[in-house]
Write a protein that binds this ligand. Sequence first.
Ligand code: ZN
Length: 103
Amino acid sequence: MGRIDDRWLTRCQQRRLTVAMTLQEKRARRAERKASEERMKKSKEEAIEHVKRGTCPVCGEKLYRNLALTGWWVCGSKGADGFRRDGKTSVEKPSCYFQCFTD
Ligand SMILES: [Zn+2]
């Protein structure tokens, strides 16, 4: 809603303006929440697909469940040398960034 010089509005008009702006904000927040829920749903669906396939979509390494958090899956090549599930070093194969959440 455009900026209105409300010095010239009656109390009733000011009240209506406030209500209208609040409704507009609520609508915007609702739309934002809906978009965010859809993004989450899509990313979860993609994660489930990766887990079903069992391989990392970035480098093809096997995916492993990280038990620290529910539904957390990470690429076997993720992490620092000595902490990677694939047992390789960053010289042998660069560390991968991929991780996803199914829950
Ligand atoms: Zn990977």
